[in-house]
Design a protein around this ligand. Structure first.
Ligand code: ADP
Length: 430
């Protein structure tokens, strides 16, 4: 991981890790003041948020947010239709502003835009969409600056606002966590997919020649889901990858993230049913259906501590139409635990890889003091066994002395406020 990070920092395309420049050169300090908005588009919902910041002592005076679901049809519409829908939702939200929220005279409302699709960032407030993912197939956006698309739509809505920061959700999570804790250096998302970002020294980024940031550091979005170098893979991993919509890509993501853990377990159980009659003489039909077993199902089964594992039986029956005896249920739990243990431990090893790279470049600056890794995402939040295996691997790889200084911490929903803070930190009016 550390070697691939370095190679990706030398030149674009230098390794599996894209090591994307975020152009976020100033992190929140706590001194941010005033009214700021955030808009988060990353899936089938978008979220709008406003926050009134009160500076160092008062911090967050008030926040309000709203979530709007995107009609299915708009995911296949034109750029103008999609962005008009978003801008109109934002305009409606702005009209409800009141109470403790107030804008100083002479300034425009500013907004931080979290956009979680692959973007080639060109500055802190602009970036070109490389391609839509996650089921979006909106025409005419690829190759365009998504901030310009939003600005034009806001203009059409008569909404006088400016986008001060365009950020990825991992970067927003880091910023949100850093606001409360100066020692946050890394952020990791473990949800449906996975990604990580960290604070890097500008002089350790050979591919960044011209733009020097004043603070001497910047955030790098690793896109670590694409890591694959030396990862040991089983026949189940290889078969799942071959059957996926992106074979050969996102290999690390396919071994550690929420979208895939259930599917790997299903494939193992299918083989055990076929080869060892795990569920009796005939192989249950639904067990052959890809993605029928979800990671939340594994999690629910692993919380069953009863002697006859009745909850396991009912989950297996509901999810994949399988009837099981107690012995089979025990085997199922062991398979779940094995796959989740591997996922959690690999994620932990990835975190150690990032920390090692940082420590090698700045001796003592990571392991010689308290360092915080901010974590978010549904998998990390809801799966206690996964979280424990991740922590165990970090402790084991770093050793007890160093791991005392490394705090792995859940930063719940920090990304919304993080985007607002980055907009404030990059405000044109500050
Ligand atoms: P996303 O990554 O889709 O933006 P989240 O961070 O909320 O959103 O993550 C959702 C993912 O988290 C789900 O796809 C699932 O894999 C995982 N997840 C959600 N709930 C649970 C649960 N109870 N146990 C285990 N994993 C869960």
């Amino acid at each position: 991981m550390a070697a691939d990070m370095r190679a990706g920092l030398v030149v674009d395309g230098g390794s599996d890790l894209k090591m994307i420049l975020s152009y976020v050169n100033s992190l929140p300090t706590g001194n941010e003041n005033g009214l700021i908005y955030a808009l988060d588009l990353g899936g089938t919902n978008f979220r709008v948020l406003r926050v009134q910041l009160g500076g160092k002592d008062k911090r967050v005076l008030d926040t309000e947010f709203e979530q709007v679901s995107i009609p299915q049809g708009l995911m296949f519409s034109t750029t103008e239709e999609l962005f008009d829908f978003i801008a109109s939702g934002l305009a409606k939200f702005v009209r409800t502003e009141g109470g403790r929220f107030s804008l100083p005279h002479g300034s425009k409302r500013e907004i931080g835009f979290t956009f979680s699709f692959p973007v080639k960032q060109t500055s802190i407030d602009s970036g070109i969409l490389i391609k839509w993912t996650k089921g979006f197939a909106v025409s005419g956006t690829a190759g365009k600056d998504v901030v310009a698309c939003l600005n034009e739509a806001m203009e059409r809505q008569g909404l006088d606002m400016r986008v001060s920061a365009l950020v990825n959700d991992t970067v927003a999570t880091l910023a949100g966590a850093r606001y409360w804790d100066d020692d946050v250096m890394v952020a990791v998302i473990l949800g449906t997919g996975t990604n990580a970002c960290y604070v890097e020294r500008v002089d350790a980024i050979p591919k960044l020649r011209s733009q020097m940031s004043s603070s001497g550091s910047t955030i790098i979005n690793t896109e670590w889901g694409a890591f694959s170098n030396g990862l040991p893979l089983t026949e189940f991993d290889k078969d799942m990858d071959a059957a996926s919509i992106n074979p050969g890509e996102q290999i690390f993501e396919k071994t550690i993230s929420g979208m895939y853990l259930g599917e790997i377990v299903r494939r193992v159980l299918l083989k055990m049913a076929e080869a060892d009659a795990l569920f009796g003489e005939s192989v249950p039909e639904k067990l052959s259906t890809p993605f029928l077993l979800g990671t939340p199902d594994l999690c629910a089964m692993q919380q069953d501590y009863s002697s006859n594992l009745e909850a396991v039986e009912s989950i297996l029956n509901n999810a994949i139409g399988v009837r099981s005896n107690v012995n089979a249920r025990k085997v199922v739990i062991e398979v779940c635990d094995t796959i989740v243990k591997r996922g959690g431990r690999l994620a932990g090893a990835g975190i150690v890889g990032i920390l090692l790279k940082m420590e090698q470049d700045s001796k003592g600056l990571i392991f010689g003091k308290r360092t915080v890794v901010a974590m978010d995402g549904g998998l990390y939040e809801h799966y206690p066994q996964y979280r424990k295996y991740l922590q165990d691997a970090v402790d084991e790889l770093l050793g007890s002395e160093i791991s005392r200084n490394v705090i792995i911490e859940h930063s719940k929903d920090g990304s919304g406020i993080g985007a607002a803070l980055l907009a404030a930190a990059n405000s044109k009016y500050a």
